[in-house]
Design a binder for this molecule. Structure first.
Ligand code: NAD
Ligand code: AHE
Ligand code: ZN
Length: 369
């Protein structure tokens, strides 16, 4: 079939809206009609050319929601008409990783996914016979996409696509990093670096977990009001701090934070986030994605003296199991999404979503199909 899609032809260039060819689903695959997709900073990161796994041409996008329109042979858990959220972290429930409760990083299809291909090593997208790569196994910047059955979470049918698409990445990543990865306890002191689409969800996760102090750190003072609305108790603009940020934050938290989260992708900030965690027990979680060739550093003494350095992908969530629950949390009013979706647009205007992100004007832009 022919579908409209935003195609990334090369690094650093705007996406182009084109009609592309999409093959139907093969064994274990599902054809999904997208109804909405968010635009995450990771899409911009890959488009910039900084992603070591970035491939071109490709159809980006990994924060979608839609409806199943066809299933390939062997698909047993989904049928036409089901509402779904595509998962860039699938959940096969059989691999060594899925069977280990310590991780959510299902590896069943990771190798082909990283090469922009379906599990059988081929692509369903093409233009004039030329292959177009899939992206993160989801490619949600298209009216229709094909995804493996294990990379689709079935969700309730009364959930609005234009809001719950955000659970496909930002909401789950932020809240999950707090509740699944760090397991923040009631009364904990938390510092969140970066108050964008991910950091705000870390903040609402920390409030949900009962944190007593939630410090938000951002260079953009315009992010303060929204962060307060989601539970931030103290705002720090590093540009306004005299002297070093780390001792300032250690003093503010009276000895260091129990948990810190880096939600920017800046390796210098990752170091600050580790070093303002409490001596003896503080845990710092890296969520931000850093560009090719970048490395983190600190004095080993920081770890010797009891700080823990961790990372979190997709919030430690097991998509097919946890995403429907997070959709329920939204529908039951336990978490909020609507105020964070600051802009919506048709696919034709998707490049505006990237401009709004780079200028710091948006939290989340959502493309409506
Ligand atoms: P965003 O652009 O919405 O937010 C980034 C925020 O960081 C902005 O508010 C910006 O003002 C602030 N900032 C930038 N530099 C800063 C600095 N030096 N000090 C303080 N604040 C600073 O981005 P997002 O969508 O929230 O994504 C954040 C990061 O998380 C990106 O690196 C993205 O790729 C990554 N991410 C990771 C996962 C995962 O599973 N690990 C999932 C989604 C996104
Ligand atoms: N491909 C990059 C890393 C990109 C990355 O870290 N992706 C996150 C999700 S970001 C979503 O917005 C992730 O889940 N990583 C785990 C994985 O297996 O990809 C690189 O550096 O090569
Ligand atoms: Zn994302």
């Amino acid at each position: 079939m022919q579908v409209r899609a935003a195609v990334a032809h090369k690094a650093g260039a705007p996406l182009t809206i084109e009609t592309v060819d999409l093959e139907g689903p093969r064994v274990g695959e599902v054809l999904v009609e997208l109804k909405a997709t968010g635009v995450c900073h990771t899409d911009a990161f890959t488009l910039s050319g900084d992603d070591p796994e970035g491939l071109f041409p490709a159809i980006l996008g990994h924060e979608g929601a839609g409806v199943v329109v066809d299933v390939g042979p062997g698909v047993t858990t989904l049928k036409k008409g089901d509402h779904v959220i595509p998962l860039y972290t699938p959940e096969c429930r059989h691999c060594e990783y899925c069977l280990n409760p310590k991780t959510n990083l299902c590896q069943a299809i990771r190798e082909t996914q990283g090469r922009g291909l379906m599990p059988d090593g081929t692509s369903r997208f093409s233009i004039g016979g030329e292959k177009i790569h899939h992206y993160m196994g989801t490619s949600t910047f298209a009216q229709y996409t094909v995804a493996p059955e294990i990379a689709l979470a079935k969700i309730r049918e009364d959930a609005p696509f234009d809001k719950v698409c955000y659970i496909g990445c930002g909401v789950t990543t932020g809240i999950g990093a707090v509740v699944f990865t760090a397991k923040v306890e009631v009364g904990a002191k938390v510092v969140v670096f970066g108050l964008g689409g991910i950091g705000l969800n870390v903040i609402q996760g920390a409030r949900l977990a009962g944190a007593s102090m939630i410090v938000g750190v951002d260079l953009n003072p315009a992010k303060k009001a929204m962060a307060e609305r989601f539970g931030m108790t103290h705002f720090v603009n590093p540009a306004e701090v005299e002297g070093d940020l780390v001792p300032y934050l250690v003093s503010l938290t009276k000895g260091g934070a129990d948990y810190t989260f880096e939600c920017i992708g800046n390796t210098k900030v990752m170091r600050q986030a580790l070093e303002c965690a409490h001596k003896g027990w503080g845990t710092s979680v890296i969520i931000g994605v850093a560009g090719a060739g970048q490395e983190i550093s600190t004095r080993p003494f920081q770890l010797v003296t009891g700080r823990n350095w961790r990372g979190s992908a997709f919030g430690g969530a097991r998509g097919r199991t946890d995403v429907p629950t997070i959709v329920d949390w939204y529908m039951d009013g336990k978490i909020e999404i609507d105020p964070m979706i600051t802009h919506t647009m048709p696919l034709e205007d998707i490049n505006r979503a990237f401009d709004l992100m780079h200028s710091g004007e948006s939290i989340r832009s959502v493309v409506l199909y």
